[in-house]
Design a protein around this ligand. Structure first.
Ligand SMILES: [Cu+2]
Length: 145
């Protein structure tokens, strides 16, 4: 009986370990060293359990081009997570939904820098959309705020 209890305990530890690894998705963020709202978005992701690594670069534009971000969807920072591209101030909950649904898209973008989005905290709230995009030029609204 005692042995069985230990076996259950170890199974629990194993499954909890696996879960935490799965939830701490690694995010690589390309940002300019002087971008304050980029750093605040990084804090937002970390507060929501993401394992964020930042890459300070003098010009983020080549990274956007390389990873297929359409110029009209461009924002400040560009991030990579599990094969997806995240452009701009995309809320953590939409990235989590993306990683669980795994749609066939290149990534998600919040074009520009809307006030009130994560990392752009403000008393003024602008309505904005999270846009899913692919390399063929298709775009669709993924979430509305
Ligand atoms: Cu920004």
């Amino acid at each position: 009986m005692k042995q069985r209890a230990w076996a259950t305990f170890f199974l629990l530890v194993l499954s909890v370990g696996t879960l935490s690894v799965a939830s701490a998705a690694e995010v690589i963020v390309y940002k300019s060293p002087t971008c304050g709202c980029c750093s605040q978005w990084v804090d937002h992701l970390r507060a929501n359990g993401f394992d964020v690594k930042t890459r300070e670069v003098p010009d983020v534009t080549p990274y956007k081009t390389r990873h297929g971000v359409p110029s009209e969807l461009a924002s400040c920072h560009t991030a990579l997570v599990e094969g997806y591209v995240i452009e701009g101030h995309v809320p953590a909950r939409d990235i989590k939904r993306l990683l669980s649904e795994r749609p066939k898209v290149t990534g998600l973008a919040v074009p520009g820098m809307p006030l009130g989005s994560p990392g752009m905290e403000s008393d003024t709230k602008q309505a904005y959309n999270v846009i899913a995009f692919d390399k063929a030029g298709n775009k669709a609204v993924y979430a509305r705020y």
